[in-house]
Design a protein around this ligand. Structure first.
Ligand code: NI
Length: 345
C-alpha cells in the first residue's frame, strides 16, 4: 500500500467520528455556522492557514508546500436539506426537519481527510493546495457567491477537484467520467393569458386552461423532435395554477418547470425552442403565451485531462477493478460553476 494509503487507514476512525458529528448537526444553506467552526478548528489543528466567512459561512484552507508550483483546489460542500431524518442511526440528526440526506457531510469529511493527510506531507508538496468548503450547494448559490469573493484567486487555482456520494456505486468504488456528467439546471415560468367567461358559453371567452393543456403536451416535442436523439434534454412542468370556479373559464394560467441539458450549445437553444412552441400554440388557441427562462446552473463537464489525473489517483489507491465510469445524471451540481472558470473534475 502507498504511504498515503497507510496514512489514510490511520485516520479512518477520526474521519468516521468527524462525519458522524457533522451528520448529527446538519445545517441548511448559508446557515452552516457550526459546521464551518468544526472545519476551521480541524484545519488550524493541522497547521493549515484558514480563511473564514468566505461567502458567509464558507471556509477556505491554504496549504503551502515546501517548493513553488501549481495550485490545486479540493472542494467539499457543507449544507443539508430540509428533510426529517428517520434512519434511527445513533448519529441521526438532532435538528428537527433537517438532514444530511445528500451526503454533503461525507464530502466535507473527505476534503478534511485530504487536508489532514496532505498537511502531514507538506515537505514533499511542490505548490499549494486550497481546500474549499462551500456553503449552499442545495440552493445553487454557494459556488457563485464564493466566486464573487474571488475564491479561485490568491493564489490562483490551476485545477479543481470535487466529489459527490453516489448510492448507485457500491461502497469502496469510485466513479470518474470525462466530459458531461451532470445536467444544466434551468427554471422556466410560463404564463398563458386568455379572457374569462361563463363555462357554458366558451365561444365568447378565450380559454387559458385549454391552451395551457396544449402547451404542456407540445413542449415535449422540443425534446422528441428538436433535440438530436444522440443528445439529451428534459423539460418537466411541475406546477400549474389557474382558474377560480368549476363553471368559469379561466383567463390566466401560470406554470413552472425545470429544464435539464448536458451541453452549453443545447442549453443556449432551449429558450428559443420553448418560446416558439408556447407562443404559436397559444396564438392558435386565441391566447397569449409568455416564457421567462432563468439560467440557474451550467452543465457539469469534466476536463478530460483532470478526469484522467483523478482516475489514475483512484486506481493507485483502490486498484483498477474499483474505478468505474458512472452514467450521466439528470441532477445538477453547482461545482459546475467553478468548472466554467478553471479546469477540473
Ligand atoms: Ni448534493
Amino acid at each position: 500500500m502507498s504511504d498515503i494509503g497507510k496514512k489514510a487507514v490511520g485516520i479512518a476512525g477520526t474521519l468516521s467520528n468527524i462525519r458522524r458529528d457533522i451528520h448529527k448537526h446538519p445545517e441548511l444553506s448559508f446557515q452552516e455556522h457550526r459546521t464551518a467552526g468544526v472545519i476551521a478548528g480541524i484545519l488550524e489543528k493541522a497547521g493549515i492557514e484558514v480563511r473564514r466567512g468566505v461567502a458567509g459561512t464558507g471556509v477556505v484552507g491554504i496549504l503551502r508546500g515546501a517548493a513553488p508550483g501549481k495550485c490545486v483546489a479540493l472542494r467539499g460542500d457543507m449544507d443539508a436539506l430540509p428533510i426529517e431524518e428517520k434512519t434511527g442511526a445513533e448519529y441521526a440528526s438532532v435538528h428537527q426537519g433537517v438532514m444530511h440526506a445528500c451526503g454533503h457531510d461525507v464530502h466535507t469529511t473527505c476534503v478534511l481527510g485530504a487536508a489532514i493527510l496532505l498537511a502531514s506531507l507538506r515537505e514533499s508538496i511542490p505548490g499549494t493546495v486550497k481546500f474549499i468548503f462551500q456553503p449552499a450547494e442545495e440552493k445553487n448559490m454557494g459556488a457563485k457567491e464564493m466566486l464573487k469573493e474571488h475564491v479561485l484567486s490568491d493564489p490562483d487555482v490551476d485545477a479543481i477537484f470535487g466529489l459527490h456520494a453516489a448510492p448507485s456505486i457500491p461502497a469502496g468504488k469510485v466513479g470518474i467520467k470525462a466530459g458531461p456528467l451532470m445536467a444544466a439546471v434551468d427554471t422556466i415560468r410560463i404564463s398563458v393569458l386568455g379572457e374569462g367567461g361563463h363555462g357554458a358559453v366558451p365561444d365568447r371567452a378565450r380559454d387559458a386552461i385549454v391552451a395551457a393543456a396544449s402547451v404542456i403536451q407540445n413542449l415535449q416535442t422540443v425534446v422528441s423532435r428538436k433535440i438530436s436523439p444522440f443528445d439529451q434534454a428534459v423539460v418537466s412542468i411541475g406546477t400549474l395554477h389557474g382558474g377560480q370556479a368549476n363553471n368559469i373559464i379561466a383567463d390566466k394560467v401560470e406554470m413552472g418547470g425545470t429544464v435539464r441539458t448536458y451541453s452549453s450549445e443545447t442549453r443556449r437553444k432551449m429558450p428559443e425552442l420553448l418560446k416558439n412552441i408556447i407562443t404559436h400554440t397559444c396564438s392558435a388557441l386565441d391566447t397569449e403565451g409568455e416564457l421567462e427562462y432563468f439560467f440557474d446552473l451550467p452543465p457539469l463537464v469534466n476536463d478530460p485531462e483532470c478526469a484522467e489525473i483523478g482516475r489514475n489517483a483512484a486506481i493507485a489507491v483502490l486498484g483498477a477493478e474499483n474505478v468505474v465510469e458512472p452514467s450521466s445524471s439528470g441532477g445538477g451540481e453547482d461545482f459546475a460553476v467553478f468548472l466554467e472558470h478553471v479546469p477540473g473534475a
